[in-house]
Design a protein around this ligand. Sequence first.
Ligand SMILES: *Cc1c(COP(=O)(O)O)cnc(C)c1O
Length: 387
Amino acid sequence: MNINISERLKKLPPYLFAELDQLKKREIAKGKDIIDLGVGDPDQPTPGYIVEELKKTAGNPANHKYSLSRGMDRLRSSIANWYENRFGVKLDPFKEILPLIGSKEGITNIPLAFINPGDVALVPDPCYPPYKSGTIFAGAKNYLLPLLEKNDFLPDLESIDKAVLTRAKMMFLNYPNNPTSAVAPPGFFDKVVALAAKNNIIVCHDAAYSEICFDDYKPTSFLEARGAKGVGVEFHSLSKTYNMTGWRIGFVCGNAEVIEGLRKIKTNIDSGIFQPIQFAGIRALEGRQDSIVEIRKIYQQRRDILLAGLDSIGWKFFKPRATFYVWMPVLPGYTSTELSRLFLEKLNIVVTPGVGFGKNGEGYIRMSLTVPTERLKEAVERIKKFN
Ligand SMILES: *Cc1c(COP(=O)(O)O)cnc(C)c1O
């Protein structure tokens, strides 16, 4: 028999990390001491009191059953409290909040609720890959919003073709941004709201890095912008905030009709988050938030070590005010893939080529601050020696 993959799978952008993944495996097999600055996954453990809550609730048979797809009431109200404390935005825990099995789950499923085949979705480029795959799965044509250095890695909203705006149903945005580490300046979200309201476009803002910030910078939420709740939603994740990537818990909040659309999709696809993980999430959101302060301090220290190293040899970079990524222009004469290959073969350091996040990522590499400080110092030494 012939097994043929679907057109939607064929339409996904190519996976450009395959060659580097192979190369990395080969170098590790050779016994090389590889420093992996490629992963977007915190190296620090989940705070102990959150793990304890999982242990405590995992033994209760009442928590072993299917949970509700819309999440426990307690979880939704603790999300509402956390959100109001953090951003000063009030949310209705029943209509304006929906827990997710990680924000990636909601991001990839939400287009199914609002996109018809042939509709346009506005997607930033470079970007976190699920914006592209989720919209493609729903049958959308993606119109790319280039995130360019000359625009501080913000989309040029004025340059979007009028005909495209008329056909666009959804727009994805992400600040603080992965992979560029750019942040949204004051007033930016107001412009987004105006554009979305005028053209009837649902805004999906991904705020996964809202709590990973440095110096005196504190990211704002999209929903703080006047009128934002009328046009869109914001995705949040406990993954980066509480070092909980493997647990799979996040949430989306904002426009009630948009939330309800995603909820309908989800009730047909999943059966909720394992309840002990919901309890652990409640504990995380309601607990002392000093683990976040500690996490920020660690990443900031690492950022400063890496940037001081790059600075001392005259390499250019963009100093992140948020996220745990450093976005750096390639050295002259290299593509992002060539430079990543050089880093791996000559320095035994894994970095991510920008082109893997989309064509406008060409010309840059991304380095993660998710390795222990000592390893990062070692990476800096290798880079300096090589230079
Ligand atoms: C890590 C990350 C997420 C979080 O994904 P989860 O599914 O919640 O773990 C979302 N958006 C971006 C841009 C990310 O980098």
